[in-house]
Design a protein around this ligand. Structure first.
Ligand code: ATP
Length: 249
């Protein structure tokens, strides 16, 4: 009989070890992320919060391989992405990572289904229309497949953007303020979708300013001045808001 022991890294979707990133030089240098150690566990949804300029977006970009660390190591599963060459990083971002933005970043001249099919085309896969339609139907947009972004509400556009990010079945979905441009009803629809995805085992890392959004995640990390200062699980929106106010003073 063979016993398979899962490697330790299998439980970790993304890990940052001693990661730092500065911008500028000399007296104007800013240490946006300062010696951060964190592990994002597979199948969990983590919110990243902190005052403005605390390094949230930089941390997200480093974890997603959109920016390179000055020092330290970033591991996606057991792949050290800090050691990856540019073309490896590009390939990895196309296949193993999904990213959604506050401003949706859909291509205005393409329909919803063409936007969703794009990552498959970039990964040189011929997208089947039924696969794309089914993915849109899963997020309640079966009847919007032929619409262009300007013909969709903000919440619908963000659901298309999430579907596009997920179509390659990435190991981790990164989201930078995914509800920042939405009214509260649309925001709730998007958060419900992210919650359902996490409940299905999707790893999600999300930057947000909204305590109500953070409270939907499994855990919340708090940054201040580029450093990780706290981690809470099971906190209510009020508790998250209170913690944030503490950090801003
Ligand atoms: N490309 C850049 N060039 C120079 N400085 C930068 C750059 N990107 C970020 N910074 C600086 O790094 C620090 C962290 O920025 P970052 O955008 O990561 O913070 P944040 O917590 O996401 O902020 P916000 O909540 O306002 O979006 C800030 O002081 C910012 O001015």
């Amino acid at each position: 009989m063979t016993t398979t022991i899962a490697p330790r890294a299998a439980a970790t979707a993304v890990a940052l070890h001693g990661v730092s990133r500065s911008y500028g030089r000399g007296s104007t240098a800013v240490r946006a992320v300062d010696q951060v150690d964190v592990e994002f566990r597979r199948g969990t949804w983590t919110a990243v919060m902190g005052p403005s300029g605390s390094g949230k977006s930089t941390l997200l970009h480093l974890a997603a391989g959109l920016e390179r660390a000055d020092s330290g190591r970033v591991l996606l599963g057991d792949t050290d992405i800090t050691a990856a060459r540019d073309e490896e990083l590009t390939a990895l971002r196309r296949t193993r990572i999904g990213f959604v933005f506050q401003s949706f970043n859909l291509i205005g001249s393409l329909t919803a289904e063409q936007n969703v099919a794009l990552p498959l085309r970039l990964a040189r896969r011929r997208p089947g229309r039924s696969e794309v339609r089914a993915a849109l139907a899963d997020v309640g947009l079966a009847d919007r497949a032929r619409h262009r972004p300007r013909e969709l509400s903000g919440g619908q556009q963000q659901r298309v953007a999430i579907t596009r990010a997920m179509v390659t079945r990435p190991e981790v979905l990164f989201a930078d303020e995914p509800t920042g441009a939405l009214d509260s009803t649309s925001a709730r629809t998007v958060l419900d979708l992210l919650r359902a995805m996490a409940d299905n085992g999707q790893s999600i890392v999300m930057v947000t300013h909204d305590p109500a959004a953070a409270a939907r995640a499994d855990g919340v990390l708090f940054l201040r001045d580029g450093r990780l200062v706290d981690h809470v699980t099971g906190a209510s929106a009020r508790e998250v808001a209170d913690r944030l106010v503490d950090l801003e003073h």
